[in-house]
Design a protein around this ligand. Structure first.
Ligand code: SF4
Length: 485
């Protein structure tokens, strides 16, 4: 999954009802300094916990020095992400010296991966919650404030009272009109560089009725677009129906979600090249509300590197999957992830990666330098033998190839009119609105905050590698509901 903005802000709708698990609002008056790192899955996990804190009386602060609770939602995908957490924990220790009643918690992938190290290296941390256990945060904080001590929960089999996706408070979201929905957790693959199977365990899918109920509640709260999340959505539901030979359960979910009245757009992440079939692409393309955008991580354009990564497809098979998408999903745009400098990657392998980027024509790619993660298969079996300066050079070079190609392709859109769902005022220019079109292209146009959450037609005037600027043609009026086409 592509990395998300590491700092999490919340759509601040006040809620007053009783807590998720029948607990009383024990957090009354306490303020939480909350920081989240990592992928979209972590953004959503942050929302789940923030929703619980909110409805149990805990407030928020953006200053650590004023906090009663410091809670950090962590990521283990790269060493750098973990380094930032250690540094934050150092700051929190200093603050705690002046606020001894303050509680410090660490949740998520790093809490799962290095729980023992956190316990020993950071005795000032009161709460450690793994990837399946974080929904007990409110109860645990209440207990810590009442009785002190330390709580560590990192079992992969969560307490049934605190299932990760149970009873979401849908009113606490960073974006009023778009929402993430977890459809499955964990991963059954074993890509050699990846820490996820270790930190998040095997695939567990949520039952379809439970997901649909959450979607309806989100739509009732104003969401017009949902993005379904899973590490490998292609196999959604297989664990729920182990006797069924095949799959396509993700398509059934999309078809049912499309019937939810008031929902305009559906996206999903991540569509890996493996476990994908042509029939699945056909079904994606047949549902109008499913947006023509797929994130299909390639990781490398070399069969030899893909083999060492245990990605279980070849470059030719990757092309075949993209071909199915382009045949059955009109106008589809593809985004991708690449790792450069993986163990044994030669100049020739890297040339293959550049060639794949040129041949496919991605809307966007996320490029990462290989970073060895302890406890992964590659850490145990493969040398990290590409020098750092070579990794850096390949990273810059690949992004250069992508940006040049994307700019050229994107300029072909100048003069066209696209429909966007307005997300709000642009972060870089407050005279403009920003939104995404059906293909997930970021588009800016003149406008104001009153247009947020409305559909708008924008004629593209300028195109860069990552976004577009256009002229506003028209905006959905009060009480109007445009079809998204
Ligand atoms: S598919 Fe591979 S890269 Fe993705 S989460 Fe699973 S093991 Fe990691």
């Amino acid at each position: 999954m592509p990395a998300a903005d590491p700092t999490h802000t919340v759509h601040p709708t006040p809620v007053t009802h009783t807590g998720a698990h029948g607990s009383l609002p024990g957090g009354e008056g306490r303020k939480v300094f909350f920081v989240s790192f990592g992928c979209q899955m972590n953004v959503l996990d942050a929302e789940l916990v923030l929703g619980d804190l909110d409805r149990n009386g805990y407030g928020r602060t953006d200053k650590m020095k004023d906090a009663d609770v410091v809670l950090i939602n962590t990521c283990s995908i790269r060493e750098h992400a973990e380094d930032k957490v250690w540094s934050l924990l150092g700051r929190a220790r200093q603050v705690k010296e002046t606020r001894p009643k303050m509680k410090i918690g660490v949740m998520g992938c790093m809490a799962q991966r290095v729980k023992d190290e956190i316990v020993h290296r950071a005795p000032h941390v009161d709460l450690v919650l793994g990837t399946s256990s974080f929904r007990s945060a409110v109860q645990d904080l209440d207990d810590l404030f009442d009785g002190g001590g330390r709580i560590v929960r990192t079992s992969n089999r969560p307490d049934p009272v605190f299932l990760p996706d149970a009873d979401r408070n849908v009113t606490v979201r960073p974006d009023a009109y778009r929402a993430f929905v977890t459809i499955m957790r964990g991963c059954n693959h074993s890509c050699t560089y990846c820490i996820v199977p270790h930190t998040r365990g095997k695939e567990v899918s949520r039952p379809l009725p439970e997901i649909l109920d959450e979607v309806k509640r989100l739509v009732d709260d104003g969401a017009r677009e949902v993005t379904f999340l899973g590490q490998n959505i292609n196999t959604y539901g297989q664990d729920l129906h182990p006797k069924r030979k095949h799959t396509g359960e993700i398509c059934t979910l999309l078809e049912h979600a499309a019937e939810v009245e008031g929902l305009d757009r559906i996206r999903f992440l991540t569509s890996n090249p493996f476990d994908m079939t042509e029939d699945m692409m056909r079904r994606f393309g047949a549902v109008e509300k499913v947006m023509p955008w797929l994130h299909i991580p390639a990781q490398s354009g070399s069969d030899e590197v893909l083999r060492r990564m245990q990605r279980t497809y070849t470059v030719a098979q990757y092309h075949e999957v993209v071909g199915w998408a382009r045949t059955h999903i009109p106008g589809v745009e593809i985004t991708s992830d690449f790792i450069v400098g993986f163990s044994g990657e030669t100049d020739e392998d890297f040339e293959g990666t550049k060639r794949l980027v040129e041949d496919i024509g991605f809307l966007q790619t996320y490029v990462f330098k290989y970073s060895v993660r302890p406890k992964t298969l590659s850490a145990r079996r493969l040398p990290d033998d590409v020098p750092e300066d070579v990794k850096k050079r390949r990273n810059v070079e690949l992004l250069g190839v992508q940006d040049a190609l994307a700019t050229k392709r994107n300029q072909g859109l100048i003069g066209e009119t696209v429909r966007i769902l307005v997300e709000g005022i642009s972060k870089s220019d407050d005279t403009r609105i920003s939104g995404r079109d059906r293909c997930n292209r970021i588009v800016h146009a003149p406008g104001d905050a009153s247009m947020s959450g409305r559909m708008a037609d924008v004629q593209i005037a300028e195109a860069g590698a990552h976004s577009f600027i256009g002229d506003l043609v028209r905006v959905e009026g009060d009480g109007e509901r445009w079809p998204d086409a």
